[in-house]
Structure formats: structure tokens, C-alpha cells
Design a protein around this ligand. Structure first.
Ligand code: NDP
Ligand code: 2IT
Length: 448
């Protein structure tokens, strides 16, 4: 990694001091700041206006109590968060994560990344993120509903189609968005479709939103390979996780002629050399909400490895699609040694800084999350567009738009990297490309 310039290093130290203990947030900020030195040289007004310092400070952070009753009638208490990070380009936009690991530092890293990702889509959306330390695993549908209702009872006052528009993330999918939308409608007495995205088809949802993050990541990797005169056809792939992003990454890879031989969940990995049976994964995970271990009881030639490391499965392309920091420096070295030529990050910040360095040094095609997984939020913005015009588009039309957006993000990241003398470095290209769009709007809006 480039050494931070003196000014930028001082900003980073201030962020660390002001946000103690929020390691993931520090990591996300450092990664972006390391790209910005040459931008301050080229655009001195950004430095004068202290745009970087302002971007690192969320516009608003909301932390609230979420009380709810479990099926035994016991009272449970969780903590809810919404970080409204930056509204220079549009209403705050970003998902909601329900996972026991959630604390302010995770929501802030995700919200910070979201600012630049959303800018790269070219859509009119600012950056935000929310969530709770609630653990959905093992909860009944009634418990999930009561939790979502309580969470929304507080959150509702902060939302609005022109103010803040949440969506899904880990542990939050169509079912949870439905319960939250119902409660928002009840509290506000408004059918405000554009206040949440990822809604069901038939009540304001957009076709392709469910598939969008996975499909978009594959489109991004297709573009990276195209730039190297290569293609997805016949490539052996490994996809971590088995949730929303993983499932639709596998689906699009299959459609484009690649083969996925492994996927996982937080308990273990499935290796199936013949190719992952996607219909089975969908049934196990989307319908029956079971563990990936059960896959092996349907396919005797598949291997389940409890606690296994998916990055040790040799592949040509890796799609980390589970969570942050799931690929460390050692994993990255293993991947490169085993012949990996490309990485498409479906997850947010799945690679540690040591891992990123390994990929960049090896000069493989490395697509960082804020560029590669932007298809999800981009399609959320398409959902908002349909809601605003009370329209609903066909699958084909919406998927074509997603493809165009991903191709455009690739071009922005590629061209920006070229312009700043770092050919092929999508980290630098995405960080600078996203930052400049936000910074220009912030300068135009004055000191707010
Ligand atoms: P899901 O909840 O649908 O699936 C998450 C998957 O990742 C599960 O297989 C889960 O396993 C695994 N996982 C989650 N946390 C951990 C952990 N701490 N350690 C190991 N495995 C874990 O979430 P999504 O598919 O929506 O999200 C996956 C990633 O993609 C996240 O990083 C998210 O921020 C990112 N993303 C999501 C977008 C979206 O539109 N949904 C958009 C852009 C990025 P288990 O069930 O065992 O917990
Ligand atoms: O990380 C992400 O971009 C998301 N979880 C999707 C956000 C959205 O608003 O669709």
C-alpha cells in the first residue's frame, strides 16, 4: 500500500482518535484515504474545503433500543443502528444487517463504503447503513416479525422516500423488508413505496432486485476479464457463503458458462467437483432455511468439510460473498498460488489489507466490493425510480439496465486508474472515481 501523505495520515489519525475501538471503520477509511493523495494535488479546493475530513464524519448516527417478546413470552432487548453518512448525491441509501456481530464500527464501515459505491452507480443516492445485533438464526417467523416491527417503530421517524431508504443485507431479505414495510405503513398511514427497497413483487418491488448483487458482480468480473482478452466461459469458480449474493452469483456464472465447485456457510464448506446443484442450495437456504451441511446428504459425490477454508479449494476465479475480512493474507497467497486469476467481491470488504496487497502485487484482476457488488444498490435505485413513476419494468429491461450500470462502473474504475497512473488497479480507480463525484457535490452545496 502507498504510504499515506502527511496531510492524509493526520486525517486518518484523527478518525481513529475520534472513533475509538471501531476497527472495521478504521480499516475502510484507511483503504479509501490511501487512494486520495493524488486527488488533493489535482483538486486543491477539495483540501481547502476539508472534504475528506467532512466525508469521514457521518451526518447523523442513530442508536436505539429494540425491545421485543420471544415465543416463550420472555422480553428480549437488542440494539438498533442507523448511520446516515452522506446525502450529497441523494437520500441516504443502504442496507440493514441483522447479525450478532453488529456494533457501531461495522455499521460505520458499511455506511462509509456505501457513499462511494452509490456514487459509482451514477444514480441519485447518498450513503447510509443500519442494523442490529439481533441474531435471526433459529428464530420463528413470528419472532422475526415482532422484532422487525419493534425495530421499525423507532426507525420510521428517521426514514422517508426523500430522506433515508433502507434495504436488505446479511440476515435481512424479502421477508424482513415486508414486515418492516407493513409497520412503516401502519405508523405513518402512508403507502410510501419508495421508503424501502427489496420489496416483494406485486407490492412495489422490482424484478431483478433479488438477483442484482450476484448478477452484477458476475457482470463486473466479465468486464475485468474482457479487458484482459479473457472470458468466464469454462472457468472454475469458488463462491463463499450461500445466502442471497452467493446464490445469484452462482446462477449467473452457470448462465455464462462457468462452473462453481464450492460454496459455504459459517459452519463449513461444500465441495462438489461436478458443479454445485443450485436448485438444491435455493431450496435448502431460501425455502427451508437449513444449513449447507445438509447438501451432502442429497449428493453422495459432494464433500462437506466442517470448519473448512474455502480458499484452499483451487479455482480460477474467487467470489467472496459472505462477510468482511473473510480472505486474509495467507488465503490470498493460497488463491494466487493455486492459479486464481480474478476475484470479484460480492461481499463488503471481504479481503483484509494484507490480502488486497497480495492480489494487487500479483496483478490479478481484483474487483473490490464497492465497485463489484454495486449492482444490488443500483437496482434498488431502479426500484425507487419505478416507485416514483408508479411503473414496473420487465425482467429483461431491468437486467439490461443493471448490466449497463455494471459495465459503466467498470469503465469508470478502469479509466480513473489509468488517469491516475495506476493501470488495472480497480481499488484506486473505484475509490477516486466515487470520491470525486461526492466531493464535487459537497463543494457545490457549501459548508453544511
Ligand atoms: P445473507 O444473509 O443472505 O447470506 C450471508 C451468507 O454469508 C450466509 O451463507 C452466511 O452464513 C454467511 N456469513 C455471514 N456472516 C458470516 C460470518 N461472520 N462468518 C462466516 N459466514 C458468514 O446475506 P447477503 O448474501 O445479502 O450478504 C452477503 C455479503 O454481501 C455481505 O457482506 C453483504 O454486506 C454483501 N452485500 C449484500 C448486498 C445485498 O443486496 N444483499 C449488496 C451488496 C453487498 P450463515 O448462514 O452460517 O451465517
Ligand atoms: O451493501 C449493499 O450495497 C447493500 N446491502 C444493498 C443496499 C441497498 O440499498 O440496496
Amino acid at each position: 500500500m502507498a504510504v499515506l501523505g502527511e496531510k492524509i495520515e493526520a486525517i486518518y489519525q484523527q478518525v481513529k482518535a475520534r472513533n475509538p475501538g471501531e476497527e472495521e471503520f478504521h480499516q475502510a477509511v484507511k483503504e479509501v484515504l490511501e487512494s486520495l493523495g493524488p486527488v488533493l494535488v489535482k483538486y486543491p479546493d477539495f483540501a481547502e474545503q476539508r472534504i475528506i475530513e467532512r466525508i469521514c464524519e457521518p451526518e447523523r448516527q442513530i442508536i436505539f433500543r429494540v425491545p421485543w417478546q420471544d415465543d416463550k413470552g420472555q422480553v428480549q432487548i437488542n440494539r438498533g443502528f442507523r448511520v446516515e453518512f452522506n446525502s450529497a448525491l441523494g437520500p441516504y441509501k443502504g442496507g440493514i444487517r441483522f447479525h450478532p456481530s453488529v456494533y457501531l464500527g461495522i455499521i460505520k464501515f458499511l455506511g462509509f463504503e456505501q457513499i462511494f459505491k452509490n456514487a459509482l452507480t451514477g444514480m441519485p443516492i447518498g450513503g447510509g447503513k443500519g442494523g442490529s445485533d439481533f441474531d435471526p438464526k433459529g428464530k420463528s417467523s413470528n419472532e422475526i416479525m415482532r422484532f422487525c416491527q419493534s425495530f421499525m417503530t423507532e426507525l420510521a421517524r428517521h426514514l422517508g422516500e426523500h430522506t433515508d431508504v433502507p434495504a436488505g443485507d446479511i440476515g435481512v431479505g424479502g421477508r424482513e423488508i415486508g414486515y418492516m414495510f407493513g409497520q412503516y405503513k401502519r405508523i405513518t398511514n402512508r403507502y410510501e413505496s419508495g421508503v424501502l427497497t427489496g420489496k416483494g413483487i406485486g407490492w412495489g418491488g422490482s424484478l431483478v432486485r433479488t438477483e442484482a448483487t450476484g448478477y452484477g458482480t458476475v457482470f463486473f468480473v466479465r468486464e475485468m476479464l474482457k479487458a484482459r482478452k479473457n472470458s468466464l466461459e469454462g472457468k472454475t469458480c469458488v463462491v463463499s457463503g450461500s445466502g442471497n449474493v452467493a446464490i445469484y452469483t452462482i446462477e449467473k456464472l452457470n448462465q455464462l458458462g462457468a462452473k462453481v465447485i464450492a460454496c459455504s456457510d459459517s459452519n463449513g464448506i461444500i465441495v462438489h467437483e461436478k458443479g454445485i446443484d443450485l436448485a438444491l442450495v435455493k431450496t435448502l437456504k431460501e425455502v427451508e432455511r437449513r444449513r449447507i451441511a445438509d447438501y451432502a446428504s442429497y449428493h453422495k459425490d459432494a464433500k462437506y468439510i466442517a470448519g473448512g477454508n474455502i480458499w484452499e479449494v483451487p479455482c480460477e476465479i474467487a467470489f467472496p460473498s459472505a462477510t468482511q475480512n473473510e480472505i486474509n493474507g495467507k488465503d490470498a497467497k493460497t488463491l494466487v498460488k493455486n492459479g486464481c486469476i480474478a476475484v470479484g467481491e460480492g461481499a463488503n470488504m471481504p479481503t483484509t489489507p494484507e490480502g488486497v496487497k497480495v492480489f494487487l502485487d500479483a496483478k490479478i484482476a481484483y474487483g473490490p466490493g464497492k465497485a463489484a457488488n454495486a449492482g444490488g444498490v443500483a437496482t434498488s435505485a431502479l426500484e425507487m425510480q419505478q416507485n416514483a413513476s408508479r411503473d414496473s419494468w420487465s425482467f429483461e429491461f431491468t437486467e439490461k439496465k443493471l448490466d449497463e450500470i455494471m459495465t459503466g462502473i467498470h469503465a469508470t474504475a478502469w479509466e480513473t486508474a489509468e488517469e491516475f497512473g495506476a493501470s488495472g488497479n480497480y481499488v484506486l480507480g473505484a475509490n477516486i472515481g466515487g470520491f470525486i463525484k461526492v466531493a464535487r457535490a459537497m463543494v457545490a452545496h457549501g459548508l453544511i
